[in-house]
Design a binder for this molecule. Structure first.
Ligand SMILES: [Zn+2]
Length: 286
Protein backbone atom coordinates (compact mmCIF):
# COMPACT_ATOMS: atom_id res chain seq x y z
CA UNK A 1 0.00 0.00 0.00
CA UNK A 2 1.24 3.50 -0.78
CA UNK A 3 -0.04 6.95 0.10
CA UNK A 4 -2.35 8.78 -2.32
CA UNK A 5 -2.91 12.46 -1.87
CA UNK A 6 -6.57 13.10 -2.58
CA UNK A 7 -8.04 16.58 -2.42
CA UNK A 8 -11.09 15.94 -0.23
CA UNK A 9 -12.36 19.44 -0.92
CA UNK A 10 -12.48 18.89 -4.67
CA UNK A 11 -14.75 15.95 -5.39
CA UNK A 12 -15.41 15.17 -9.06
CA UNK A 13 -18.03 17.68 -10.31
CA UNK A 14 -20.26 14.79 -11.44
CA UNK A 15 -20.54 13.58 -7.82
CA UNK A 16 -21.70 16.98 -6.55
CA UNK A 17 -24.06 17.72 -9.43
CA UNK A 18 -27.39 19.27 -8.40
CA UNK A 19 -29.31 16.33 -9.87
CA UNK A 20 -28.22 14.21 -6.88
CA UNK A 21 -29.53 16.64 -4.26
CA UNK A 22 -32.82 14.79 -3.76
CA UNK A 23 -31.05 11.47 -3.54
CA UNK A 24 -28.63 12.81 -0.94
CA UNK A 25 -31.46 14.35 1.08
CA UNK A 26 -33.35 11.04 1.04
CA UNK A 27 -30.21 9.23 2.23
CA UNK A 28 -30.18 11.24 5.47
CA UNK A 29 -33.85 10.45 6.13
CA UNK A 30 -33.90 6.80 5.07
CA UNK A 31 -30.47 6.07 6.56
CA UNK A 32 -29.54 2.37 6.34
CA UNK A 33 -32.71 1.46 4.45
CA UNK A 34 -31.79 3.89 1.65
CA UNK A 35 -31.26 2.22 -1.71
CA UNK A 36 -27.82 3.46 -2.61
CA UNK A 37 -27.42 4.56 -6.23
CA UNK A 38 -24.28 3.18 -7.83
CA UNK A 39 -24.93 5.57 -10.73
CA UNK A 40 -24.02 8.32 -8.32
CA UNK A 41 -21.14 7.07 -6.15
CA UNK A 42 -19.63 4.59 -8.62
CA UNK A 43 -20.18 6.01 -12.10
CA UNK A 44 -19.15 9.51 -11.05
CA UNK A 45 -15.93 8.46 -9.33
CA UNK A 46 -14.48 5.32 -10.92
CA UNK A 47 -12.57 7.21 -13.57
CA UNK A 48 -11.03 9.90 -11.32
CA UNK A 49 -10.20 7.25 -8.69
CA UNK A 50 -8.53 5.02 -11.28
CA UNK A 51 -6.52 8.02 -12.48
CA UNK A 52 -5.48 8.95 -8.92
CA UNK A 53 -4.42 5.38 -8.16
CA UNK A 54 -2.87 4.75 -11.61
CA UNK A 55 -5.25 1.81 -12.19
CA UNK A 56 -4.06 0.07 -9.02
CA UNK A 57 -6.00 -1.47 -6.17
CA UNK A 58 -5.68 0.94 -3.21
CA UNK A 59 -4.91 -1.91 -0.83
CA UNK A 60 -3.03 -4.71 -2.59
CA UNK A 61 -1.38 -2.56 -5.33
CA UNK A 62 -2.27 -4.93 -8.16
CA UNK A 63 -2.71 -3.23 -11.51
CA UNK A 64 -6.32 -3.98 -12.38
CA UNK A 65 -7.36 -1.37 -14.94
CA UNK A 66 -11.02 -1.82 -15.83
CA UNK A 67 -11.58 -4.44 -13.15
CA UNK A 68 -11.34 -1.81 -10.37
CA UNK A 69 -14.42 -1.27 -8.23
CA UNK A 70 -15.40 1.66 -6.05
CA UNK A 71 -15.40 0.63 -2.41
CA UNK A 72 -16.71 2.49 0.62
CA UNK A 73 -13.76 2.60 3.04
CA UNK A 74 -16.31 2.90 5.84
CA UNK A 75 -19.01 0.41 4.81
CA UNK A 76 -22.29 1.95 3.69
CA UNK A 77 -24.31 -0.93 5.16
CA UNK A 78 -24.31 -2.31 8.71
CA UNK A 79 -22.94 -5.68 9.68
CA UNK A 80 -25.22 -7.08 12.33
CA UNK A 81 -23.97 -10.58 13.01
CA UNK A 82 -25.56 -12.03 16.12
CA UNK A 83 -22.22 -12.87 17.65
CA UNK A 84 -20.64 -9.54 18.37
CA UNK A 85 -17.15 -9.28 17.00
CA UNK A 86 -14.96 -6.37 16.03
CA UNK A 87 -16.43 -6.73 12.55
CA UNK A 88 -19.94 -5.71 13.60
CA UNK A 89 -20.66 -2.11 12.75
CA UNK A 90 -23.72 0.10 12.40
CA UNK A 91 -22.94 1.09 8.80
CA UNK A 92 -21.92 4.57 7.73
CA UNK A 93 -24.88 5.34 5.45
CA UNK A 94 -24.24 9.11 5.40
CA UNK A 95 -20.86 8.54 3.74
CA UNK A 96 -22.35 6.62 0.78
CA UNK A 97 -21.76 9.53 -1.62
CA UNK A 98 -18.80 11.15 0.13
CA UNK A 99 -15.61 11.57 -1.90
CA UNK A 100 -13.24 10.96 1.03
CA UNK A 101 -14.92 7.60 1.73
CA UNK A 102 -14.50 6.18 -1.78
CA UNK A 103 -11.43 4.18 -2.76
CA UNK A 104 -10.76 1.90 -5.76
CA UNK A 105 -10.24 -1.79 -4.96
CA UNK A 106 -9.73 -4.93 -7.01
CA UNK A 107 -12.74 -7.25 -6.93
CA UNK A 108 -10.98 -9.67 -4.55
CA UNK A 109 -9.95 -7.10 -1.92
CA UNK A 110 -13.41 -5.56 -2.22
CA UNK A 111 -15.15 -8.92 -1.81
CA UNK A 112 -13.00 -9.87 1.17
CA UNK A 113 -13.34 -6.53 2.89
CA UNK A 114 -17.08 -6.43 2.22
CA UNK A 115 -18.75 -4.56 5.10
CA UNK A 116 -16.10 -5.36 7.71
CA UNK A 117 -14.71 -2.35 9.50
CA UNK A 118 -12.77 -3.23 12.66
CA UNK A 119 -11.71 -0.45 15.01
CA UNK A 120 -9.55 -0.39 18.13
CA UNK A 121 -11.73 -0.86 21.24
CA UNK A 122 -14.71 -2.07 19.22
CA UNK A 123 -17.64 -1.42 21.54
CA UNK A 124 -20.74 0.40 20.29
CA UNK A 125 -19.83 3.56 22.17
CA UNK A 126 -16.69 4.02 20.12
CA UNK A 127 -18.56 3.78 16.84
CA UNK A 128 -20.00 6.73 15.00
CA UNK A 129 -23.38 5.32 14.07
CA UNK A 130 -25.41 8.32 12.92
CA UNK A 131 -24.67 11.56 11.14
CA UNK A 132 -26.56 13.35 13.92
CA UNK A 133 -25.06 11.69 16.97
CA UNK A 134 -22.26 14.13 17.53
CA UNK A 135 -24.42 16.90 18.95
CA UNK A 136 -22.59 19.97 20.05
CA UNK A 137 -19.96 19.43 17.42
CA UNK A 138 -19.55 20.93 14.00
CA UNK A 139 -22.28 19.22 11.90
CA UNK A 140 -19.69 18.49 9.23
CA UNK A 141 -17.51 16.50 11.64
CA UNK A 142 -18.98 13.05 10.77
CA UNK A 143 -18.13 13.77 7.13
CA UNK A 144 -14.51 14.64 7.88
CA UNK A 145 -12.09 11.75 7.38
CA UNK A 146 -9.67 13.45 9.73
CA UNK A 147 -12.22 13.64 12.54
CA UNK A 148 -13.52 10.11 11.98
CA UNK A 149 -10.06 8.54 11.90
CA UNK A 150 -9.05 10.14 15.16
CA UNK A 151 -12.32 9.35 16.84
CA UNK A 152 -12.58 5.69 15.79
CA UNK A 153 -9.00 4.47 15.21
CA UNK A 154 -9.80 1.99 12.42
CA UNK A 155 -7.76 -1.16 11.97
CA UNK A 156 -7.99 -0.98 8.17
CA UNK A 157 -5.11 1.19 6.93
CA UNK A 158 -6.35 4.14 4.88
CA UNK A 159 -4.00 5.07 2.01
CA UNK A 160 -5.47 8.58 1.81
CA UNK A 161 -5.21 9.42 5.50
CA UNK A 162 -2.03 7.68 6.62
CA UNK A 163 0.78 9.50 4.81
CA UNK A 164 3.07 6.50 5.38
CA UNK A 165 0.76 3.50 5.03
CA UNK A 166 3.75 1.32 4.13
CA UNK A 167 5.02 1.49 7.73
CA UNK A 168 2.35 -1.08 8.61
CA UNK A 169 3.72 -3.78 6.30
CA UNK A 170 6.78 -5.73 5.23
CA UNK A 171 7.37 -8.74 2.95
CA UNK A 172 9.21 -12.01 3.22
CA UNK A 173 10.93 -14.19 0.64
CA UNK A 174 7.94 -16.52 0.33
CA UNK A 175 5.90 -13.78 -1.32
CA UNK A 176 3.95 -13.15 1.88
CA UNK A 177 3.08 -9.73 3.25
CA UNK A 178 3.61 -9.34 7.01
CA UNK A 179 1.86 -6.90 9.35
CA UNK A 180 4.18 -4.71 11.43
CA UNK A 181 1.40 -3.02 13.41
CA UNK A 182 -2.06 -4.02 14.66
CA UNK A 183 -3.54 -2.11 11.69
CA UNK A 184 -1.26 -3.91 9.25
CA UNK A 185 -2.09 -7.34 10.69
CA UNK A 186 -5.83 -6.67 10.58
CA UNK A 187 -5.79 -5.19 7.05
CA UNK A 188 -3.94 -8.30 5.80
CA UNK A 189 -6.46 -10.54 7.55
CA UNK A 190 -9.61 -8.75 6.39
CA UNK A 191 -8.54 -8.28 2.76
CA UNK A 192 -6.74 -11.65 2.63
CA UNK A 193 -3.52 -10.14 1.30
CA UNK A 194 -1.74 -13.50 1.41
CA UNK A 195 -4.23 -15.15 -0.91
CA UNK A 196 -2.85 -17.36 -3.68
CA UNK A 197 -3.12 -14.93 -6.61
CA UNK A 198 -1.24 -12.18 -4.76
CA UNK A 199 1.51 -14.44 -3.46
CA UNK A 200 1.91 -15.84 -6.98
CA UNK A 201 2.25 -12.33 -8.46
CA UNK A 202 4.89 -11.36 -5.90
CA UNK A 203 6.90 -14.55 -6.43
CA UNK A 204 6.69 -14.05 -10.20
CA UNK A 205 8.10 -10.51 -9.93
CA UNK A 206 11.11 -11.76 -7.99
CA UNK A 207 11.57 -14.80 -10.22
CA UNK A 208 11.67 -12.61 -13.34
CA UNK A 209 14.49 -10.51 -11.83
CA UNK A 210 16.39 -13.64 -10.78
CA UNK A 211 16.05 -15.13 -14.27
CA UNK A 212 17.21 -11.91 -15.94
CA UNK A 213 20.33 -11.88 -13.74
CA UNK A 214 21.03 -15.56 -14.42
CA UNK A 215 20.67 -14.93 -18.14
CA UNK A 216 23.19 -12.05 -17.97
CA UNK A 217 25.73 -14.43 -16.39
CA UNK A 218 24.91 -17.13 -18.97
CA UNK A 219 25.73 -14.62 -21.73
CA UNK A 220 28.96 -13.78 -19.93
CA UNK A 221 29.79 -17.51 -19.91
CA UNK A 222 29.46 -17.55 -23.71
CA UNK A 223 30.97 -14.17 -24.70
CA UNK A 224 33.29 -13.50 -21.75
CA UNK A 225 32.48 -9.80 -22.19
CA UNK A 226 32.35 -7.93 -18.87
CA UNK A 227 30.92 -4.77 -20.42
CA UNK A 228 28.05 -6.77 -21.82
CA UNK A 229 27.49 -8.38 -18.40
CA UNK A 230 27.49 -5.01 -16.65
CA UNK A 231 25.08 -3.58 -19.24
CA UNK A 232 22.62 -6.44 -18.87
CA UNK A 233 22.75 -6.38 -15.08
CA UNK A 234 22.30 -2.61 -15.01
CA UNK A 235 19.19 -2.95 -17.18
CA UNK A 236 17.65 -5.34 -14.64
CA UNK A 237 18.70 -3.24 -11.62
CA UNK A 238 17.26 -0.17 -13.33
CA UNK A 239 13.99 -2.00 -13.91
CA UNK A 240 13.73 -2.89 -10.21
CA UNK A 241 14.36 0.75 -9.34
CA UNK A 242 11.73 2.00 -11.80
CA UNK A 243 9.20 -0.47 -10.41
CA UNK A 244 9.62 1.04 -6.92
CA UNK A 245 7.86 4.20 -8.11
CA UNK A 246 4.53 4.55 -6.27
CA UNK A 247 2.67 4.64 -9.59
CA UNK A 248 3.81 1.11 -10.50
CA UNK A 249 2.02 -2.12 -9.59
CA UNK A 250 3.31 -3.76 -6.37
CA UNK A 251 5.62 -0.75 -5.90
CA UNK A 252 6.15 -1.27 -2.19
CA UNK A 253 7.07 -4.92 -2.70
CA UNK A 254 9.57 -3.85 -5.39
CA UNK A 255 11.03 -1.37 -2.92
CA UNK A 256 11.66 -4.24 -0.53
CA UNK A 257 13.47 -6.16 -3.25
CA UNK A 258 15.55 -3.06 -4.01
CA UNK A 259 16.39 -2.38 -0.37
CA UNK A 260 17.07 -5.99 0.59
CA UNK A 261 18.55 -7.21 -2.68
CA UNK A 262 20.70 -9.91 -1.11
CA UNK A 263 17.79 -11.33 0.91
CA UNK A 264 15.33 -11.43 -1.98
CA UNK A 265 17.50 -11.93 -5.06
CA UNK A 266 21.00 -13.04 -4.19
CA UNK A 267 19.77 -15.92 -2.05
CA UNK A 268 17.84 -17.29 -5.03
CA UNK A 269 20.86 -17.34 -7.35
CA UNK A 270 23.16 -20.38 -7.79
CA UNK A 271 26.02 -20.43 -5.26
CA UNK A 272 28.65 -19.32 -7.79
CA UNK A 273 26.71 -16.13 -8.66
CA UNK A 274 25.93 -15.01 -5.12
CA UNK A 275 27.99 -12.12 -3.89
CA UNK A 276 29.07 -11.33 -7.46
CA UNK A 277 25.62 -10.04 -8.38
CA UNK A 278 25.37 -8.11 -5.09
CA UNK A 279 28.77 -6.55 -5.85
CA UNK A 280 27.46 -5.24 -9.20
CA UNK A 281 24.19 -4.16 -7.56
CA UNK A 282 26.05 -2.18 -4.89
CA UNK A 283 28.07 -0.47 -7.63
CA UNK A 284 24.80 0.36 -9.38
CA UNK A 285 23.11 1.94 -6.37
CA UNK A 286 26.19 4.08 -5.68
ZN1 LIG B 1 -6.66 -5.57 -4.20
Amino acid sequence: MVYRQKDFNSPPPALTHLKWNNLKARLLIEKSSHKISDKCYRDCTLEPLSALYKDKCAICERLRGTELQVDHYRPKKPRNNKTKTLYNNPGYYWLAYTWSNLIPLCSKCNGNKSNKFPIIGWNDLNRISDHNNVLGLNPFAPYSLDWLQQREQPLIVNPEYDTMPERHFSFNRNGKIVGRTAEGVETIKVCKLNRKDLVWERLKIREDYVNAIKSAFDDFGIHNDENELKGELRATFKQIKLNCHPDQGHSYYNLFIYKYFDYFIDAKLPNNLRGVSTKYFNEFIK
